[in-house]
Design a binder for this molecule. Structure first.
Ligand SMILES: [Zn+2]
Length: 91
């Protein structure tokens, strides 16, 4: 525990002089897989990943870009999907 806190403190000091802090937490690395959507699908930004079947159901073939059998989508897209698939959800 102590080690982690120490390491973090050190890193914070270090990065203040580097440009690795450029990236703000409001921006992500993952772009939504849905065609025409350029929002971020990062987990930290509320992004989700759907199965291929689920995405096919909602957006249709060719309208999204799957990655390793999953479809990473942004929060708004996930909400839209969830709305459409409310009845199938058990939770
Ligand atoms: Zn999206």
């Amino acid at each position: 525990m102590g080690f982690k806190a120490k390491a973090r403190k050190h890193r914070d000091k270090d990065t203040s002089t580097k440009d690795s802090r450029k990236k703000k937490s409001s921006e992500g690395d993952l772009i939504c897989a849905i065609s025409g959507c350029d929002k971020y699908a990062d987990k930290s930004l509320g992004g989700r990943s759907l199965s291929l079947d689920n995405a096919l159901d909602m957006w249709g073939q060719g309208n999204f870009t799957p990655q390793k059998g999953r479809v990473r989508i942004c929060k708004p897209c996930y909400r839209a999907w969830k709305k459409e698939n409310k009845n199938d959800e058990t939770y």
